[in-house]
Unconditional design. Structure first.
Length: 404
């Protein structure tokens, strides 16, 4: 009983701390400590368990990947590669409607804290040119920054799922691909379908424009190609991307150590550490199986639990990584016995994403609303079709998966 109470208390501690703007990593460590004490561990036992977690291969893989991703995003910005990429992009696409969706999409791949606000000025400029309302500009900035996280393997939540559940990441990308397609389509139908633009006035792109686009996006696509296409460990694939960023950015070699330290997004890395410790604390003893059985004895179908529980945690905490990190270890034993491992892992991931995306505490949303001077309820009205379409697609995939 005390174990269950401890888990519930740890959930509450994490959510309260995150809503009070405490960094997610620190909140997870505090919640882990509460759960550990309630499960019978002493403070020293918690320290020992945490130390063991830090040297596990899954933790080292997660942390090293997050470190390299954050450095790559920082370097592409500070070395001017991002600006040159955007310039080449607009010349090649020759469409304001296409460019306004691609710019926040690229920002989303960089995983830079505050990335939405980085894209906002460019989205605003293009939106003004094609007479979009501020509400639509804000919605475009947010949706197209995040919609690729269903299939982007370097997203922290993706890496977390891979390390906790030990699943084939390519199969997870494939099953979640329809969500990205539907969201991109729904966003276009909602905000851009009726927009008129004169593409004939733009000069045709030259060979140099295409070459520049290929060149300045290479730190991203080379890492993806090597990691997914050739099976290279993500860390090595990202190091190749960093090498290309250095080659095109031409920093002084003496500046590299400072750039490495400056590029590490400590809050992101600490979140990964906190989640892995929390996972191992929950796995200590029989608390997980008891609590999972308790949830299932309420009579709720497992498919509903694996979607709604992560969604609620992510909505309240405004973090998909916390929604996944808290609930996936809890639900994994039941998921593994269900015969629908990949399907229900997808349910956890997408449920957590949709809760996080819609949260009023979501940092990207708060910054975007402030930049565009848009009210939250007006933004939510713009969300109706895309968010509804994503939820319907999720439940359709679950339904089809049960029939196969």
């Amino acid at each position: 009983m005390w174990g269950n109470i401890g888990v519930a208390a740890s959930f509450l501690v994490i959510i309260v701390l995150v809503t009070r703007k405490v960094a997610l990593g620190y909140a997870l460590l505090a919640g882990s400590f509460v759960a550990a004490i309630a499960s019978g561990l002493s403070p020293l036992g918690f320290i020992v368990l945490s130390a063991k977690t830090l040297v596990e291969s899954a933790t080292l893989n997660l942390v090293s990947t997050l470190v390299l991703i954050s450095i790559l995003g920082s370097w592409m910005k500070s070395l001017g590669i991002l600006d040159r990429m955007m310039d080449a992009l607009e010349k090649v696409l020759r469409s304001a409607k296409l460019t306004i969706t691609v710019i926040p999409s690229i920002m989303g791949t960089l995983l830079v804290t505050g990335g939405a606000i980085m894209a906002a000025p460019m989205v605003n400029s293009i939106g003004e040119r094609i007479n979009l309302s501020n509400e639509r500009r804000a919605a475009i900035n947010l949706l197209y920054r995040h919609v690729w996280y269903f299939i982007f393997p370097f997203a922290p939540a993706f890496i977390l799922v891979k390390e906790i559940a030990n699943i084939d990441i390519n199969r997870l990308i494939l099953i979640q691909l329809p969500l990205t397609i539907v969201a991109v389509w729904a966003g276009y139908q909602s905000w851009l379908k009726d927009v008129q633009e004169n593409n004939g006035a733009a000069p045709k792109p030259t060979k140099d424009d295409y070459f520049n686009l290929l060149r300045y996006t290479s730190p991203l696509w080379s890492a993806l190609l090597l990691g997914l296409g050739f099976g290279l460990p993500f860390q090595l694939a990202l190091i190749v991307g960093l090498g290309l960023a250095v080659y095109f950015g031409r920093p002084a070699l003496t500046e590299l150590p400072r750039m490495v330290l400056k590029g590490i997004q400590v809050p992101i890395v600490l979140s990964g550490v906190g989640i892995m410790i929390f996972k191992d604390v929950l796995a200590h003893g029989d608390t997980l199986s008891t609590l999972t059985n308790g949830l299932l004895t309420l009579g709720l179908p497992l498919w509903l639990v694996v979607v709604m529980l992560p969604a609620m945690i992510s909505f309240v905490s405004a973090s998909s990584t916390s929604g996944i990190g808290i609930t996936l270890p809890l639900l994994l034993p039941a998921i593994q016995q269900s015969g629908h491992l990949l399907l229900y892992i997808m349910g956890v991931y997408v449920g957590a994403f949709l809760g996080y995306f819609s949260s009023p505490l979501h940092l990207c949303q708060v910054l975007t609303l402030e930049f565009f001077q848009v009210k939250m309820n007006d933004l939510y009205r713009e969300y109706v079709l895309p968010v509804s379409a994503m939820w319907l697609t999720l439940f359709a995939i679950l339904a089809i998966g049960h029939l196969i």
